[in-house]
Design a protein around this ligand. Structure first.
Ligand code: F6P
Length: 740
């Protein structure tokens, strides 16, 4: 608006000057015409009056002059002698005008007469003096015309000219502003098309000539990025991730917000503090990213010795002994933890998003705590941010409201929110009584990520149904209140090569050690399952499939055991406690049914295991069965593949996991189909070594390429584009860029 104001002001000044010049020119011209006109009228008047003036006496001459001055513009007429005496006169001579006052050349005018205009005290007058006879020095007729009408006309002309120019100026300014705005819109649309089109499509866009220099710059930029990418190779590593963060985002570090902390300090029964790695896919994925990027991980301080290990700012450097980044712990009261974590997050949103037949519970008191805790974490992020535009990675369903709260606190932050669990279809999502608040909260993010395109589509459908917004299905984005959020699939993964694999003993040793520890024969066949004790994991279906295998293939009785690690999880929640008892009872029943001597078909290990022990188990196993009833990704499947650098072992994988979309060389099963799952277990146990190798090699190539650095790298690269676009947009819309 300011630039439009300047434009109109400049236009007004220029048009005002032109109007003034034009009216002056016109008035001068009009005055000349009027003088010529008056002079001619004087001559005509003399022609009519001459006989009376020459031949009649003074009285007759006066009457003639009186007749002449009846003309409204004639003020006075007089006959003057050559020496300036007045013979006869009519009308009223203005002050200072008389025969006597005429200059010498006017007293004795030549045949063409004498004319002059003059400004008197009562206005402009025009004098014409004409010889009455041809005799030199004879009497002359002086006619005095009132010229004030010329000034009045000039004034009127000036006014009309000014108004005409003002009108033209106004119409011109509006037309110019509209034209500029249209040009501007078309220019920015083209610019956006170029900036947002895929690289190859940039070539295909027909841009106007004036646009070419910018297009050239974009091309150079894209090619240099492509060249750099080619130089770096296609694989993602911690170094490459760090490079993207520093070069493209200008960030030295990131802030992660997740409920679960990567290192929990627990005080043991002996009073010693020990560090625990929690059983969490989120932690498995994010922890290597934080080692690479450094920064701060904000999480709930849930360990019994957490408060004893932080500094005055509630920070602790981790990993112990390596100190690559900070954990900032947020302390929650029992009520907050109960309402936010156990209540809304795990009894509401968790069953809402998983098709596992557990009805969600939504309580207003839980929602209050959820909002409160989200706001406390948002404040913690604002405290930790070192710049006004930090890069914040918000993790999971515990923090659906935080992105919007953070956007209000730090409008320029780049907020990448990743939802680690599935997103239900729009109809099911509508069960949530706060569906609008949850969606709007998430849309405070720059990018919202899910594991699969299907979950992105469900999210967009939910936004479409419950929120007023503009959805761009081609760009996969949502615009709310003028701000765009990208909605993209980023399949999560694990670090590669896995540090737990490289630290593990050789496979033969792991096999021998695990069998010895579990009291199994050295040549026993071993299946493994690793999960939190959660109803979405289908642990009961898994055990039923093992039972069915033993029924259908009795030759495996006494030879095959299935070891299930079941890390206690969310034990305050009734459905988790019930699951614990149900699984225990099932394992006992199966063991009672088939046990022989010291052999047991099912070994339930219901306690927390550290990653080193889990990787040892993976390496010792002949098969790993992941039977989730619904799972965003499931990283156990990928960990098993990462652990098997000997290219042995078979992965049996539920088709209801995100991982099944990538790991197609696994034996894909429907965990509800106990018959089919037991067949897959039998196939796995009898699979020839070369087929195992072929399948495992192919899955290892895929997990190696699609590792967690790629997951984070892709999000950060998309964030880079969003940042650049936002910066460009704010520069283009800033005052002074072009008329707005
Ligand atoms: O699947 C969602 C998730 O956050 C996982 O990333 C993680 O494995 C699990 O839930 C952890 O649950 P909790 O933090 O409640 O123990």
């Amino acid at each position: 608006m300011r630039s439009l104001g300047r434009f109109v002001l400049l236009l007004s000044v220029v048009l005002g000057a032109v109007a003034w010049g034009a009216s002056s020119l016109f008035n001068r011209q009009a005055r000349g015409w009027a003088e010529r006109d008056l002079s001619m009228r004087s001559r005509l008047a003399l022609e009519g009056a001459r006989p009376a003036l020459v031949e009649a006496g003074t009285n007759a001459a006066r009457r003639v002059l009186e007749a002449i001055v009846r003309d409204e513009r004639l003020m006075a007429a007089a006959v003057c002698t050559g020496d300036g005496a007045q013979v006869v006169a009519a009308g009223s001579l203005p002050a200072g005008v008389s025969c006597h006052a005429l200059p010498g050349e006017a007293r004795r005018p030549g045949p063409a007469g004498w004319d002059q205009s003059a400004d008197g005290p009562a206005g402009a007058v025009h004098l014409t003096v004409l010889p009455v006879t041809e005799e030199a020095g004879g009497p002359a007729l002086m006619l005095v015309h009132d010229m004030s009408f010329v000034d009045r006309r000039a004034e009127t002309t000036r006014r009309y000219t000014f108004f005409a120019f003002a009108l033209v100026g106004l119409v011109g300014a509006v037309a110019a502003a509209v034209a500029a705005r249209l040009t501007w819109i078309s220019w920015t649309v083209q610019l956006r098309r170029v900036l947002t089109a895929p690289f190859r499509a940039v070539e295909a866009i027909a841009a106007p000539r004036h646009f070419q220099p910018l297009l050239g710059d974009v091309r150079d930029l894209v090619s240099s990025l492509a060249a750099e990418e080619a130089r770096a190779g296609s694989s993602w590593t911690p170094q490459r991730l760090r490079h993207v963060l520093r070069r493209d985002l200008g960030g030295e570090s990131v802030i992660v917000v997740a409920n679960r902390e990567p290192y929990i300090h627990e005080r043991g029964d002996d009073g010693q503090v020990k560090v625990v790695h929690p059983a969490s896919g989120l932690v498995t994925a994010l922890e290597p990213v934080m080692r690479a990027c450094s920064g701060t991980w904000i999480a709930h301080g849930s360990g019994s010795a957490d408060r004893d290990t932080v500094d005055g700012r509630d920070h602790v450097r981790v990993p112990p002994g390596e100190e690559a980044y900070d954990i900032r712990r947020v302390w929650l009261s029992r009520e907050e933890e109960q309402g936010y974590y156990y209540g809304l997050a795990n009894e509401g949103l968790w069953p809402l998003c998983h098709i596992a037949h557990a009805p969600p519970e939504f309580r207003a008191s839980d929602w209050e705590q959820y909002r409160r805790v989200n706001s406390r974490f948002a404040s913690a992020v604002a405290e930790e941010a070192k710049t006004p535009d930090p890069i914040v990675l918000v993790q999971d369903y515990h923090f659906a409201l935080l992105p919007r709260m953070l956007r209000d606190l730090l409008p320029r932050a780049t907020i990448l929110t990743f939802w680690h669990i599935p997103w239900p279809n729009a109809e099911r999502f509508g069960i949530c009584p706060w569906e609008r608040e949850v969606l709007d909260g998430l849309l405070g993010s720059s990018i919202v990520g899910f594991h699969t395109q299907a979950h992105c589509n469900n999210f967009l459908d939910s936004v479409d149904r419950y929120l007023e917004s503009r959805i761009d299905r081609e760009r996969h984005s949502v615009v709310v209140a003028g701000r765009e959020t990208l909605v993209r699939p980023y399949p999560i993964s694990i670090d590669w090569p896995s540090r737990w694999t490289s630290r593990a003993a050789p496979v033969a040793e792991c096999r021998a050690e695990v069998r010895r520890r579990l009291g199994l024969a050295p040549d026993a066949l071993l299946g493994v399952g690793v999960d939190r004790l959660d109803y979405t994991k289908g642990i009961d279906k898994r055990l039923l499939a093992v039972e069915r295998l033993l029924e259908r293939h009795p030759d495996y009785q006494g030879r095959f055991s299935f070891v299930q690690i079941a890390a206690p999880s969310r034990t305050i929640i009734e459905s988790y406690r019930a699951l614990n008892e149900q699984v225990e009872a099932l394992a006992t029943r199966i063991n009672d049914r088939f046990a022989r001597g010291s052999w047991r078909p099912v070994v339930m290990l219901r306690r927390h295991h550290e990653p080193a022990a889990i990787f040892e188990l993976y390496r010792a196993a002949d098969l790993c069965y992941v039977s989730s009833l619904h799972d965003g990704m499931n990283l156990v499947a990928k960990e098993f593949v990462a652990a098997r650098d000997d290219l042995r072992g078979v992965l049996v994988l539920s088709r209801f996991t995100g991982a099944a979309r990538e790991l197609s060389e696994a034996l894909i099963v429907n965990p509800y189909d106990i018959e089919g799952a037991s067949t897959a277990l039998a196939t796995a146990l009898s699979m020839p070594p070369d087929e195992q190798e072929e399948r495992m090699r192919s899955m290892r190539v895929l997990v190696g390429e699609l590792n967690v650095y790629r997951w984070a790298g892709k999000m950060l690269r998309d964030a880079t584009r969003t940042r650049r676009r936002d910066r460009l947009a704010s520069r283009l819309s800033s005052p002074g860029a072009l008329p707005s």
